[in-house]
Design a protein around this ligand. Sequence first.
Ligand code: NAG
Ligand code: NAG
Length: 281
Amino acid sequence: MNALLGELTRFSVMAKTPCWRLLAFLVLMATRAQASKNTEKCKLVHESNSERKVLSFLEPLTNQTFTAHTKEGEDEYTYMFQVCGDADGVKDAGMVQRDQNGKHVLIGNYSLTQAVRGSDWVMLIYLGGEKYHGHCSQEQRRAIIMISCDRTKAAGQLSVVLEDRERVTNCFYLFELDSSAVCPIIESKLSTGSILLIAGFSFLAVYLIIGFLYQRLVVGAKGVEQFPNYGFWSEIGNLSADGCDFVCRSRGSREEPPTYRGVPAEPIEEPEERDDHLLPM
Ligand SMILES: *[C@@H]1O[C@H](CO)[C@@H](O)[C@H](O)[C@H]1NC(C)=O
Ligand SMILES: *[C@@H]1O[C@H](CO)[C@@H](O)[C@H](O)[C@H]1NC(C)=O
């Protein structure tokens, strides 16, 4: 028992550093989980929680530029797209078009965003682009980016579907992009049993960590005393050891009846002798 106590004390001394490292790690994970909020740079035309939630699906696609090239006769264009960021460094430009001379035309402003989500796609709309000169009643350009689920890629290639400007109003540029970011979340296939098991282990872990910290920092315990409810658990341990001893230990009852081996049975005298003095005289 003393050896075991020594071992446990040594373990807790050794564990002192990893304990703080573990804490630091947990804090880091917690901050990292909420660090990325790039989609908040987008301003919605009509602010709403549901549309915000749709935008948040696109978080993995932020902070990177997608490009697509088109060629119509002599004219070559490069389209650059960012989710809630300045494409090609042009301020407010979620979608920008650059011609072969490097001239920029703003197609969509991410401060005028709309977002719609279906079962496996998100449609992102940037309004407030540069005005058309001779088409579309000289309204402002708009970009529609159709992002479709593809579980095989984090982000695919941006492609230009069409520029529809032969209309009186509501002209638009349509783009497509494949990404796993907009895929529906696959239902968890865990059985009730494993969920219970995981919940149990998580509870145990939280109990141990909080109890350990409480004992250590508030109560100021040292060594094995740092285990939460140490007295209670060691009592339980002792009791179960006793119970085990009682149930499992086979010494004493192992001797088989002598008749089994074919040895002539001899009456066992001892108990009778022992009992003798108990009889009332
Ligand atoms: C965006 O990416 C650049 C490099 O690719 C990185 O230095 C920067 O920290 C990133 N910003 C955010 C907000 O993720
Ligand atoms: C983008 O839209 C915002 C909000 O309407 C506006 O303040 C800003 O000037 C626009 N940016 C450009 C480059 O048009």
